[in-house]
Design a protein. Structure first.
Length: 96
């Protein structure tokens, strides 16, 4: 996890792993940018309704399920792996 403070808005970046590929979750102010497999998606942090640990994995990683609403009100879910310490920090930031 990398954490930077630029002016009033904090920035943070967390590495995630999906299907043997690496992605990231970046926090920019009130936005969360989910980047997986070459594509990225911007989500308001307030639209995230669930951020839950689903299983323990090798090498201090955990399985995570993140649920959120898109701009049209559709509920979506993404599953990925991330380091357990990053999971705890991000869960605390998102207050979920």
């Amino acid at each position: 996890m990398a954490l930077k403070n630029e002016g009033e808005k904090e920035k943070a970046s967390f590495k995630i792993y999906v299907d043997r590929e690496r992605g990231s979750i970046d926090l920019r102010g009130d936005d969360l940018i989910l980047s997986i497999a070459g594509g990225s998606r911007t989500i308001k942090q307030s639209y995230v309704v669930g951020f839950d640990k689903t299983c323990d994995m090798a090498l201090n990683k955990v399985g995570v399920t993140m649920s959120f609403y898109d701009f049209f009100g559709n509920k979506e879910t993404r599953e990925f792996a991330m380091l357990e310490n990053d999971y705890r920090v991000l869960k605390k930031i998102l207050k979920k």
